[in-house]
Design a protein around this ligand. Structure first.
Ligand code: HEC
Ligand code: HEC
Length: 351
């Protein structure tokens, strides 16, 4: 069995990062095609979260996850809630469920020889998807979201392998690391069936990889898909719908959504998400081609700046955008405008 987590190395690496350099914590997930026969973990219902201090952390994590707007202005800079992308309170298979994620960290990344802990991965979604400010390492927000994720993963595994009893409690510092480590306490009944590798790749983790479209994706065709299948909920201007000042249907572009550093801005990641999960409430309804086209249309609109931007769109594009995205390219709304050049602010002061 490989040892994935070397804390000394982690400490050294984080010390060598200069204060101004934002670490890249948004590694593209290794997306795999969906297996129609896969069995997904079934975590316990939330009503079984125990009383007491540990249970309170789990409950708090759930609340921050579904109503992230309570962190607006402290850690959250847009109108989104975590649950808008990690659907069904982070439980939905193939919508990047928390139980799948938890067991995959700490994750070792060959590219820059860095180890990402679970809390660091969450920090990434605060910085980019929530256009916010990452909570400090070890903060209550990170502990509680980690506790909630751990509780989903552990109760799901215990159910799958008929392990009785309550989910074992864990210290805050261990919760923050994630479940992919040799000293992670798992019952024998589970480790005898699934090795560490298998646990990092639980079926339903991430967004399933969509096959390539037949034709190169097109923003123009995507606009027609958008009008037919998305506009009723997300608005003709992509701004979603607010009720009583709360975003009931989330915005897809503009100042109030994920920024140019977020995974969802990549056409392939958005296509994976959309094909599987949108239009909401219906089973898969778009063709593969339509999913790619509409993902391109959505992501060819201006949004908050990439937090790694240092004053030059072309440089940011060259350094961080060597993938399927529209940063540094013409805007769908006005092709004379280069996307990134009129971006909205990152982590704006709340209204
Ligand atoms: C019936 C209403 C409805 C329709 C139609 C719909 N969506 Fe959504 N969409 C939602 C809701 C609600 C969420 C948030 C999900 C949640 O919180 O559980 C969402 C979330 C999203 C997100 C992630 C969050 C964000 O704001 O970026 C994207 C991207 C998205 N939808 C794209 C689309 C696309 C593209 C289409 C058309 C193919 C579409 N949606 C159709 C209701 C809808
Ligand atoms: C706009 C959509 C969106 C929102 C909102 C969002 N995320 Fe994510 N999240 C993603 C995407 C996309 C990925 C996968 C990244 C990739 O493949 O590049 C991801 C990945 C993750 C992962 C790792 C998943 C894995 O299996 O490795 C965790 C954990 C996570 N997000 C937690 C959060 C938390 C906590 C919040 C709220 C503070 C949040 N996310 C808000 C889109 C979102």
């Amino acid at each position: 069995m490989k040892l994935y987590y070397f804390s000394a190395v982690g400490v050294l690496l984080s010390m060598s990062l200069s204060a101004t350099e934002l670490p890249d914590r948004q590694a593209q997930l290794p997306s795999v095609a969906k297996d129609a026969n896969a069995q997904y973990l079934q975590p316990n219902s939330l009503s079984t979260i125990p009383q007491g201090k540990f249970g309170d952390k789990v409950r708090k994590g759930y609340q921050l996850f579904v109503n992230s707007q309570q962190m607006r202005g402290t850690y959250v800079g847009n109108e989104l809630n975590c649950v808008n992308c990690h659907m069904n309170a982070g439980n939905k298979a193939n919508a990047s469920p928390l139980w799948g994620a938890y067991m995959a960290y700490p994750a070792y990344r060959k590219k820059n020889d860095k180890v990402n802990s679970y809390e660091e991965r969450i920090q990434g979604c605060f910085t980019y998807s929530m256009n916010g400010k990452a909570p400090e390492s070890g903060s209550e927000a990170l502990v509680s979201i980690s506790a909630y994720s751990y509780w989903l993963a552990m109760s799901g595994l215990m159910n799958q392998f008929n392990v009785a009893g309550p989910v074992p409690e864990m210290s805050d510092s261990d919760l923050l690391k994630g479940g992919n480590r040799e000293d992670f306490p798992l019952p024998e009944a589970i480790t005898s069936k699934l090795d560490q590798q298998a646990l990092t790749k639980l079926p339903g983790r991430g967004f399933p990889k969509l096959e390539k479209p037949e034709l190169a994706y097109s923003v123009e065709r995507g606009k027609l898909v958008y009008q037919a299948h998305c506009q009723a909920c997300h608005g003709d201007d992509g701004q979603g719908v607010k009720m009583a000042e709360v975003s009931a249907l989330p915005p897809l572009w503009g100042p109030q959504t994920y920024n140019w550093g977020a995974g969802m801005h990549r056409v392939n990641t958005a296509a994976n998400f959309i094909y599987e999960n949108m239009p909401l409430g219906k089973s898969i309804q778009l063709t593969v081609q339509q999913a790619w086209d509409v993902a391109a249309f959505v992501n060819a609109h201006e949004r908050p700046q990439d937090p790694r931007y240092k004053g030059n769109v072309a440089e940011t594009q060259a350094k961080y955008h060597q993938h399927e995205g529209f940063y540094g390219k013409p805007s769908a709304a006005d092709p004379s405008v280069i996307l990134g050049s009129k971006s909205y602010p990152i982590f704006p002061a709340s209204k």
